[in-house]
Design a protein around this ligand. Structure first.
Ligand code: NAD
Ligand code: 6OH
Length: 487
């Protein structure tokens, strides 16, 4: 009999078993790959207390240079364990191995390097203040850690989004308790081993496993000794977390859902745009918060564009995540596939024309027990249709024509979300003008998901609160104390 791998909590430098276990499932074939041990309230409390204690230990005493050096060592340790991270991420999420090797593991290391360097370069604000008596004053601010930061992450890019928050939080001198998604616990736990290799003191990085409501997620966000909560996930989970933190008035940073638009002008580089938007619609089986689920195309090229995107969608290889030439893996879970299939049915009821896809592929092998779904393109929906308004989070987009710039901008902005958008045109002046009119946190012109980690990242409306990235992350993860000296 094969013994299942066990994924444990990581508290105060020790791997700790909880009382209950739940299954970690491989979405490619539905097999159980590990048993995960759930943290109850007492274990979450142990993790928070370990993190509090670590603030006063070696971590609290070492200076910025040494902290940054150790974060570079975390990046080294991730690179040294590249294959373990890669295999764990692919098994947990079902994302294609080539994608994870290109994006996820390198980006995890990059997150540590960028914030290690950023904290060394971060200056301190100061002002010479004039006073009526002529003596003046000097104001300057010092950066201090917030304390214990609670980090709650989703399943869609587990390692990228984890390290995107852990790295800046640690660079600012905080300690953290992380609750990864119950669907994807493996790489968060592996990161504990990288932390040990890098000499990060016990209690600085803690991991508690479990679910949201009534489990480790809620327990962590409600804990009175957690000083701030940073969360990536669904908008309505953000609302629940906001309620949980309200009584103790904790700072929050929320990176939430999206219903992102792309605007394609007739003068675009056609091939580059089709390639770019096939990625924007289907990458990671559409499970990227930045994916374009609404594509608006200038009417003169609408049919040509739809035909070309259809060809591209139909050429994508839906296959085993572990095979190098796979383009699309499965969705994350049976439950998520039910949700996406619900929208595929709803689109038909709402009057959509199915350009391609719309159902579940058949393989006649173990993948039929996995959670695959076809890449899908719709046209013909009213702008008020639920499938045009609600985040589906699958490999699906709706393509609609437009006649004028104003109409395109109005349709793109007609949403409660506001995470990202893209504009495709050879006319860069128009690109700038349109981009500035879009009510989103991030607009790409002639590209998508091209990331510079120093830039502000976050959303408007239901898409989030605050910005992370570069100095914005450092400002969220630190408490500024302004000091005014009478001269
Ligand atoms: P989710 O909100 O269901 O879960 C995210 C995390 O929150 C999980 O760890 C979950 O266990 C936890 N959680 C759930 N309820 C909780 C509660 N009441 N209290 C505390 N914790 C709780 O999100 P998901 O399904 O894992 O991820 C997909 C969603 O994330 C999509 O909406 C996507 O757009 C969004 N997302 C946004 C960004 C961004 O940067 N804006 C990035 C990635 C994903
Ligand atoms: C959402 O699924 C993707 C978010 C990406 C980032 O936060 C990032 O930093 O690239």
């Amino acid at each position: 009999m094969r013994t299942l791998k066990s994924i444990q909590n990581y508290i105060n430098g020790q791997f700790v078993r909880g009382r209950r276990e739940f299954a970690d499932v491989n979405p490619a074939d539905g097999s159980v790959i590990a048993e995960v041990t759930e943290a109850d309230d007492a274990l979450v409390d142990d993790a928070v207390q370990a993190a509090r204690k670590a603030l006063r230990g070696e971590w609290g005493r070492i200076g910025v240079r040494e902290r940054a050096a150790r974060l570079h060592k975390v990046a080294d340790a991730i690179e040294a364990r590249f294959d373990s991270f890669l295999q764990a991420e692919v098994a947990d999420t079902g994302r294609p191995v080539a994608l994870a090797a290109k994006i996820d593991v390198p980006r995890a290391a990059a997150n540590f390097r960028v914030f290690a360097d950023a904290i060394k370069m971060a200056g301190i604000e100061s002002f010479q203040t004039e006073t009526p008596d002529g003596r003046g004053a000097l104001n300057y601010a010092v950066r201090k850690p917030l304390g214990v930061v609670g980090i709650i992450t989703p399943w869609n890019l587990p390692l990228v989004l984890l390290t995107w928050k852990v790295a800046p939080a640690l660079s600012c001198g905080n300690t953290v308790v992380v609750k990864p998604s119950e669907e994807t616990p493996a790489t968060t736990t592996l990161l504990a081993e990288a932390m040990q290799d890098a000499g990060i003191p016990s209690g600085v990085y803690n991991v508690v496993h479990g679910f949201g409501p009534g489990s480790a997620g809620e327990s962590l966000t409600q804990h009175p000794d957690v000083n701030a909560v940073t969360f990536t996930g669904e908008s309505r989970t953000g609302a629940a977390i906001m309620k949980a933190v309200a009584p103790s008035v904790k700072p929050v940073s929320f990176e939430l859902g999206g219903k992102n638009a792309a605007i394609v002008f007739a003068d675009c580089d056609f091939e580059e745009t089709v390639r770019g938007l096939a990625d924007a619609a289907f990458l990671n089986t559409g499970q990227v918060c930045l994916c374009a689920e609404r594509i608006y195309v200038e009417r003169t090229i609408f049919e040509r564009f739809v035909d070309a995107l259809k060809l591209k969608a139909e050429s994508l290889r839906v296959g085993w995540p572990t095979e190098q030439d796979t383009n699309l893996g499965p969705l994350i879970s049976a439950q998520h596939r039910d949700k996406v299939m619900g929208y595929y049915r709803l689109a038909r009821e709402e009057g959509a024309t199915v350009v391609t896809g719309g159902s579940v592929p058949e393989f006649d092998d173990a993948r039929d027990q996995g959670f695959y779904i076809q890449p899908t393109i719709y046209t013909g929906l009213a702008e008020s249709a639920r499938c045009v308004k609600e985040e589906i989070f699958g490999p699906v987009c709706h393509v609609a024509p437009f006649d004028s710039e104003d109409e395109a901008v109005a349709m793109a902005n007609d949403t409660k979300y506001g995470l990202a958008a893209s504009v495709w045109t050879a006319n860069l002046k128009r690109g700038h003008i349109i981009a500035q009119q879009l009510n989103v946190g991030i607009t790409w012109v002639n590209c998508w998901f091209l990331r510079d980690l120093r830039t502000p990242f976050g959303g408007v409306g239901l898409s989030g609160i605050g910005r992370e990235g570069g100095i914005h992350s450092l400002n969220f993860y630190s408490e500024l104390n302004n000091i005014c000296i009478r001269l």
